[in-house]
Design a protein around this ligand. Structure first.
Ligand SMILES: C[S@@+](CC[C@H](N)C(=O)[O-])C[C@H]1O[C@@H](n2cnc3c(N)ncnc32)[C@H](O)[C@@H]1O
Length: 254
């Protein structure tokens, strides 16, 4: 499926809400990815406001390895730079990025699906040194209570939000990434891992989470506010959430 370019760059208009509302990534995942990869420079694709970058930068600082981030939206990048001043940030899409070195690890958090599916693995392969690793991961977050989730999904359907609704379970994108690499002789040691945790979102943070999702952002402002009012009425003072981070790993075979 081609990438929806218009939707791929809407995040910057809500950069602050995005940064405070979106969940981060488990420390275990960050440690596992760095243990899987050989030592050396690291590249992050679609770093956004740095939700993954902060954790990777903290661990990499203990090894002295440098981190470069590619991010097309200057508003997202401004938040990233404020949080991670020592990280090199290249403004632009990955498809147009020309690496000045070969990386030991390329990772992408919640962003790989925005990169051209016909070119992304070729570009990743070219950016990596021999034996270099690729790690792509996505958070799935669902309201834990199935009855409340069904009510919220019904609201979304009335507003024609279906495939990217926050209130339906989404495909495991890491599995898709794994499948895309299976059978490609340029990659080896393919693995898929899953990390689950739970947490509570108060009403304000939950509504910001909805605002940070592209399917809701592209609605007209008035329509979006009406939808948010309906969600607010259903969730009361907050919701319990279940988070799963799905990770796909691979390594250059040559
Ligand atoms: C859902 S956000 C994820 C941001 C961050 N990695 C995180 O985990 O919160 C997707 C990010 O990918 C960026 N993006 C969209 N298209 C891209 C492309 N072709 N190359 C690199 N980044 C892209 C967007 O600007 C946005 O910051």
């Amino acid at each position: 499926m081609p990438v929806d370019r218009e939707r791929s760059v809407v995040f910057g208009s809500v950069a602050a809400e995005y940064d405070s509302a979106r969940p981060g990534y488990p420390d275990r995942l960050v440690a596992d990815v760095l243990a899987y990869a050989p030592p050396g420079p690291v590249l992050e694709v679609g770093a956004g406001t740095g939700k993954a970058t902060v954790s990777f930068a903290a661990l990499l600082a203990t090894t002295g390895a440098d981190l470069t981030c590619v991010e097309p939206d200057p508003r997202m990048a401004a938040v990233l730079t404020a949080k991670c001043p020592d990280v090199r940030v290249e403004i632009g899409i990955f498809e147009q990025y020309v690496p000045d070195r070969r990386f030991a690890l390329l990772y992408s958090a919640q962003a790989w699906h925005w990169v051209d599916p016909d070119r992304r693995w070729d570009l990743a392969h070219a950016a990596l040194a021999p034996s270099g690793a690729v790690a792509v991961f996505w958070n799935q977050y669902v309201v834990t209570d199935p009855a409340l989730r069904a009510e919220l999904a019904a609201v979304d359907r009335r507003y024609q939000i279906t495939t990217s609704s926050l209130h339906r379970s989404t495909e495991v994108r890491a599995r898709q990434a794994d499948h895309e690499l299976t059978g490609d002789p340029r990659w080896t040691d393919l693995e898929e891992r899953h990390y689950e945790h739970t947490g509570r979102y108060d009403a304000g943070r939950y509504l910001d989470l909805v605002r940070s999702i592209s399917a809701y952002q592209v609605l007209d402002a008035g329509v979006r506010e009406a939808l948010l009012d309906e969600i607010a009425a259903l969730i009361g003072d907050g919701v319990d959430m279940t988070f799963t981070t799905d990770l796909a790993l691979g390594r250059r075979a040559d």
